[in-house]
Design a binder for this molecule. Structure first.
Ligand SMILES: *[C@@H]1O[C@H](CO)[C@@H](O)[C@H](O)[C@H]1NC(C)=O
Ligand SMILES: *[C@@H]1O[C@H](CO)[C@@H](O)[C@H](O)[C@H]1NC(C)=O
Ligand SMILES: *[C@@H]1O[C@H](CO)[C@@H](O)[C@H](O)[C@H]1NC(C)=O
Ligand SMILES: *[C@@H]1O[C@H](CO)[C@@H](O)[C@H](O)[C@H]1NC(C)=O
Ligand SMILES: *[C@@H]1O[C@H](CO)[C@@H](O)[C@H](O)[C@H]1NC(C)=O
Ligand SMILES: *[C@@H]1O[C@H](CO)[C@@H](O)[C@H](O)[C@H]1NC(C)=O
Ligand SMILES: *[C@@H]1O[C@H](CO)[C@@H](O)[C@H](O)[C@H]1NC(C)=O
Ligand SMILES: *[C@@H]1O[C@H](CO)[C@@H](O)[C@H](O)[C@H]1NC(C)=O
Ligand SMILES: *[C@@H]1O[C@H](CO)[C@@H](O)[C@H](O)[C@H]1NC(C)=O
Ligand SMILES: *[C@@H]1O[C@H](CO)[C@@H](O)[C@H](O)[C@H]1NC(C)=O
Ligand SMILES: *[C@@H]1O[C@H](CO)[C@@H](O)[C@H](O)[C@H]1NC(C)=O
Ligand SMILES: *[C@@H]1O[C@H](CO)[C@@H](O)[C@H](O)[C@H]1NC(C)=O
Ligand SMILES: [Cu+2]
Length: 578
């Protein structure tokens, strides 16, 4: 040290190092301005007025490092109420910034501003943000890129370059608010989408859309980091790039043990980072990347179309810098059949936590409380003055343990914080089904669900095991369940009914994948564990927007701990009011 200080040069080097260390330890504050405004967008030969952030579609990317604070000033200039969710951000003691409307906040109304403030703690990788009110997330979404702390390398070979995040979306020619509101009025299923998109572009397989094609430009002999986000509303997707393999290295901003596939599966709400190794030499060809749905529901009731983008190699011999050479052959990837559940299971069971000394898998080994939730569809009786278009003249519904959550007209978190819960919610969510049945056998003939606003209370630092069981009511289906405020470990999954006696013996408590959104297998179950170390009210719901709308949602109420550092602070002064 004494030697280093002996010259000015060394001294400034030392200062730079110290500054680096300080930045590394404390992070910096990143400021973003989000203006909610309308924009006219033309896709598939139709022009539509959509809600956007800053007129951009998809919206702006947030970039930060692990440990940074993020302040996003959201100002609403449109006639619709708005709220933004930072999907997958742990929000340690910042539940007021989580975003779901009527859960952690009242919406930001026209002319109002709310500054979301949170710190990125112990997470690195890809997450995303999206509107969390009605179906506005169909156009209000963007990527969150979390780089590791300065000087901390990836636990995999450093990629040559990071490519633009690939965000899968879903596009309707008509207004999505009209679609969801019409569906709710008649109790029927909302119209299916007209296209899938990559970064807002449907690609050449749709009518009138060749000019709206996403292109990824690469060079031979390199490895690229590609960030994938499924922002689609209602569809889990298969994704593949012709003649290339994808090495999965991270999901939901947690590193995984790398594994290589030709096709991957990504559910709404999930993110996946992959390494894409390019051909060793210029191939003289172009390659399609395709995404299309995985679904077990009846053909015709989901959008079975394909979004295509193009992987292009820079031609070293070409004089023009323009890339897409129409004379080149173009190869197509082969995707699994739309209902290939075996393929999906094969893929999801490959996901394992890195579980190293530096990135341990902190799986709760002991369990304080066990819960069993049924996850599935159902019906509600048709009101006398209505004609309903749901099954057998009913209204479509969906529920967790037969409770279809009705959102209040105020924010649940505010109500919890002030203790003024009467008339807003009751903390009596059932820990298990009140009337057990053969969940994956012949469904009961009464498919009606109950409605209510019920929360499940947990004391601070409770170690939770939750088994989520799909039901066959109105058909088995994979439901991507998303938990706000926590990551969880996926300790087991299987088909048929969960066997509480024999299945736990097969749980992986060593290196299960850690994430924030998991598919409850079609006709099966999934077991997760998490530590309730974050006080607040935390939403948990199916990330298929149609199911959330029908009520496939609930909330956990995690109490404060005894220490000051274990308590939820009061709401910020600019918190929107109902
Ligand atoms: C969208 O187009 C309509 C009709 O042409 C126009 O009135 C409106 O001002 C446009 N909106 C924006 C944000 O450009
Ligand atoms: C839904 O689709 C039907 C049939 O294509 C169409 O008539 C109707 O206008 C659509 N509804 C909305 C709200 O766009
Ligand atoms: C594409 O356009 C043609 C001609 O207008 C029409 O017949 C066809 O149904 C359209 N296809 C799709 C997928 O919309
Ligand atoms: C791409 O894969 C197809 C099918 O496996 C093969 O026939 C073709 O030669 C490959 N093309 C290139 C450029 O690698
Ligand atoms: C879905 O689309 C694929 C082609 O992309 C087609 O082969 C298949 O038959 C379609 N399946 C259904 C159920 O519509
Ligand atoms: C997938 O769908 C096809 C066509 O609808 C059907 O014949 C087949 O049995 C389905 N496979 C599974 C595993 O459900
Ligand atoms: C599972 O994946 C592996 C490799 O990706 C493949 O060899 C195997 O055939 C797959 N199994 C099924 C049932 O698809
Ligand atoms: C049906 O009746 C309810 C309650 O009386 C009322 O709120 C609702 O607007 C009515 N709906 C229709 C479609 O008339
Ligand atoms: C349809 O509704 C009628 C009358 O409510 C009932 O008798 C019948 O069992 C229902 N059928 C099915 C398949 O749910
Ligand atoms: C549940 O239903 C399935 C499918 O019909 C059947 O195979 C199974 O034996 C039933 N389980 C029980 C416990 O009745
Ligand atoms: C409904 O199910 C119960 C028990 O499974 C059965 O006893 C009853 O007859 C069924 N009712 C109808 C209308 O099918
Ligand atoms: C916006 O939210 C407020 C508070 O919940 C509500 O009173 C108002 O009706 C909503 N406005 C619109 C346009 O939905
Ligand atoms: Cu669902």
């Amino acid at each position: 040290m004494a030697m280093a200080i002996s010259s000015g040069l060394h001294c400034s080097l030392l200062m730079a190092t110290l500054t680096l260390l300080v930045v590394q330890a404390q992070g910096i504050t990143r400021h973003y301005d989000f203006n909610i405004q309308m924009a006219n967008v033309t896709r598939l030969c139709g022009t539509k007025s959509i809600v956007t952030v800053n007129g951009q579609f998809p919206g702006p990317e947030l970039t930060a490092r692990e440990g940074d604070r993020v302040h996003v000033r959201v100002t609403n200039h449109v006639a619709h109420n708005m709220s933004i969710h930072w999907h997958g951000i742990r929000q340690m003691r910042t539940g007021w910034a989580d975003g779901p409307a009527y859960v952690t906040q009242c919406p930001i109304q026209k002319g109002q501003t709310y500054v979301y403030k949170f710190t990125i703690t112990a997470q690195r990788g890809t997450l995303w943000w999206h509107a969390h009110i009605s179906w506005f997330r169909s156009t209000v979404y963007g990527a969150i890129v979390i780089l590791p702390k300065l000087g901390v390398p990836y636990p995999f070979p450093a990629p040559h370059k990071e490519l633009t995040p690939v965000i899968f979306g879903e596009w309707w020619l008509s207004d999505t608010e009209a679609i969801v509101n019409t569906a709710l009025k008649v109790g029927g299923a909302p119209n299916i989408s007209d296209a899938f998109t990559i970064n807002g572009l449907p690609g050449p397989l749709y009518n009138c859309s060749a000019k709206d094609t996403f292109k990824l430009k690469v060079e031979p002999g390199k490895t690229y980091l590609l960030r994938l986000i499924n922002a689609a509303l209602n569809d889990e997707l298969f994704f593949s790039v012709a003649n290339h393999t994808l090495t999965v290295v991270e999901v939901d901003a947690v590193y995984v043990k790398p594994f290589t596939v030709r096709t991957l599966v990504i559910s709404p709400g999930q993110t996946t980072n992959v390494l894409l190794a390019t051909k060793p030499a210029y191939p003289g060809a172009n390659f399609y990347m395709f995404a299309r749905p995985y679904s077990t529901i009846r053909p015709g009731t989901f959008d079975n179309s394909t979004v295509a983008g193009i992987l292009e190699y820079r031609n070293p011999g070409s004089l023009s810098s323009s890339s897409f050479d129409k004379a080149l052959p173009i190869f197509k990837p082969m995707l699994p059949y739309f209902n290939d559940t075996n393929f999906v299971t094969n893929f999801t069971t490959k996901l394992r936590s890195l579980a190293t000394k530096q990135y341990p898998a902190a799986v709760p080994q002991a369990v304080d409380r066990r819960f069993f939730f049924t996850i599935g569809l159902g019906t509600l009786p048709c009101p006398k003055n209505m004609t309903c278009q749901g099954p057998n003249g009913t209204q479509f519904a969906a529920a967790v343990n037969n409770v279809s959550l009705v959102l209040p007209t105020t924010a649940l978190l505010q109500s919890h914080f002030t203790g003024l819960t009467s008339g807003v919610y009751a903390a009596n969510f059932p820990a298990m089904p009140l009337s057990p049945f053969n969940y994956t056998g012949t469904p009961p003939n009464n498919t009606h669900v109950a409605t209510g606003t019920k929360l499940l209370a947990l004391s601070f630092n409770t170690s939770v095991e939750l088994v989520m069981q799909d039901t066959s009511i109105l058909g088995i289906e994979s439901h991507p369940l998303h938990l706000h405020g926590f990551n969880f470990f996926v300790v087991g999954q299987g088909f048929g009914n969960y066997d509480a006696v024999n299945d736990p013996a097969k749980f992986n408590l060593v290196d299960p994948v850690e994430r924030n959104t998991v598919g409850v297998p079609a006709g099966g179950w999934v077991a997760i564990r998490f530590l309730a170390d974050n006080p607040g009210v935390w939403f948990m719901h199916c990330h298929l927007e149609v199911h959330t709308t029908w009520g496939l949602r609930m909330a956990w109420q995690v109490q404060d701990g005894s220490k000051p550092s274990q308590k939820l602070p009061p709401p910020p002064s600019d918190m929107p009011k109902c």
